[in-house]
Design a protein around this ligand. Structure first.
Ligand code: CP
Ligand code: NVA
Length: 309
C-alpha cells in the first residue's frame, strides 16, 4: 500500500513508473478494445472515498471518472454529513474509513490534518490539495508537458505571481525530476521559508528568483501561474493587486519565451487578473489538455497506491 501525499516523498523511480502507466492508460483509452481488456476491471470490488473540505470541480470529478472507468466504485463523503470534527476525532474517523473503503482522496485545509489522517489509516491516502500542496495537479502538469514536448529534465519552468500550494508541489517535482524553476512575483508572495529550506536542503540549484517578469520568461520552456487568491487566502488589498499586475500572463509575455513555450494553469482562473482575457485562446496554452489529463494520471496514482504495478 502506498500513500500519495507529497511528490518529494515519492522516489523518482516511482514517479516515472506512475507517469509511464498513465501514458499506457491514455493510449489504451484511445483504442477502446485494449482499454477494456487491460484496465476496465482493475479496480473491481474497490471503493474509493472522496472527502473534500473545500470546493472542487476538476479533482473530485476526474477522480470519480477515473475510478468508474477502472471498474471501481466511489463514495462521495460530504463534510457536513459526517461526524468528523463535530463529535468524532480525526483518528476515529480515519479508523472507520479504513474498515469500509479501499483508498481515500482527501482535500483539506491544513497539511497536518492530511498527515494525521494518514497516520491512523490502514488504506492509502491521496492528497487532493491542501493549503500547502497539490501533488496530483503537478504530476499531471509534468505528464502534459512530457506528452507534448518530451522529457522535462533540464527544462526552464517559470512561475509568475504567488508562490502558493501548487508552486510548492512544483518545487518538489523539480527536485526529483531535475528541472529548474524561476519564480517571478512581488516580494510579499515569494517562496516561503519552508520552500527555501526545502531547496537549500535538497537542491539549491533548482530555484531562482527574478523580479522582472520579462527577464524571467526569457528562454522559458514552460510558464505556469495560478489564481492570486487561493481558497484559503484572504482577499488582496489594492496595493497588493497593483504589485501583482505586472506578473499577469499575457500573449506578449509568452512571446518573450522560447518559441516552443507552453503555458499551464491548473484552473479555475480569474480571467483579467493573473491571466489576460484572451490567454485561453492562445495555442501555447494547454490548460484544457492539462485538465483532461487529470483523469488519466489519477487512474495511475490510484493503481500505484493500491499496489497494482
Ligand atoms: N485544478 C483543480 O484542482 O481544480 P479543482 O479545485 O476544481 O479541483
Ligand atoms: N491555489 C489554488 C488551486 C486550486 C485548484 C487554491 O488552493 O485555491
Amino acid at each position: 500500500m502506498n500513500n500519495f501525499l507529497n511528490i518529494n516523498e515519492i522516489t523518482p523511480k516511482n514517479l516515472s513508473a506512475i507517469l509511464e502507466d498513465a501514458s499506457k492508460i491514455k493510449e489504451a483509452t484511445l483504442k477502446d478494445a485494449i482499454y477494456n481488456e487491460r484496465y476496465s476491471r482493475c479496480l473491481n470490488n474497490t471503493i474509493t472515498g472522496l472527502l473534500f473540505e473545500k470546493l472542487s470541480t476538476r479533482t473530485r470529478l476526474s477522480f470519480e471518472a477515473a475510478v468508474l472507468k477502472l471498474g471501481g466504485q466511489v463514495s462521495n463523503l460530504r463534510k457536513d454529513e459526517i461526524h468528523l470534527g463535530q463529535g468524532e476525532t480525526l483518528q476515529d474517523t480515519s479508523v472507520m474509513f479504513s474498515l469500509f473503503l479501499d483508498v481515500l482522496v482527501l482535500r483539506v485545509y491544513e497539511e497536518e490534518k492530511l498527515y494525521e489522517f494518514a497516520r491512523h489509516s490502514k488504506i492509502p491516502i491521496i492528497n487532493g490539495l491542501t493549503n500547502e500542496s497539490h501533488p496530483c495537479q503537478v504530476l499531471t502538469d509534468i505528464f502534459t508537458f512530457q506528452e507534448i514536448r518530451g522529457s522535462i529534465t533540464g527544462k526552464k519552468v517559470v512561475w509568475l505571481g504567488v508562490a502558493n500550494n501548487v508552486f510548492q508541489s512544483l518545487l518538489h517535482a523539480a527536485a526529483s525530476l531535475n528541472f529548474c524553476i524561476v519564480f517571478s512575483g512581488p516580494t510579499k508572495f515569494e517562496p516561503s521559508q519552508k520552500m527555501l529550506e526545502f531547496t537549500q536542503k535538497y537542491r539549491s540549484d533548482i530555484l531562482t528568483i527574478e523580479k522582472n517578469p520579462v527577464v524571467a520568461v526569457e528562454n522559458a520552456d514552460l510558464i505556469v501561474t495560478d489564481k492570486w487568491v487561493s481558497m484559503h487566502d484572504n482577499n488582496l488589498r489594492k496595493s497588493e493587486l497593483n504589485d501583482l499586475e505586472k506578473y499577469r500572463v499575457t500573449r506578449e509575455l509568452l512571446s518573450v519565451a522560447n518559441k516552443e513555450v507552453l503555458f499551464m494553469h491548473c484552473l479555475p482562473a480569474d480571467k483579467g487578473q493573473e491571466v489576460s482575457l484572451d490567454i485561453f485562446e492562445d495555442k501555447r496554452c494547454v490548460a484544457i489538455q492539462e485538465a483532461e489529463n487529470r483523469m488519466h494520471v489519477q487512474k495511475s496514482i490510484l493503481r500505484w497506491c493500491l499496489g497494482l504495478f
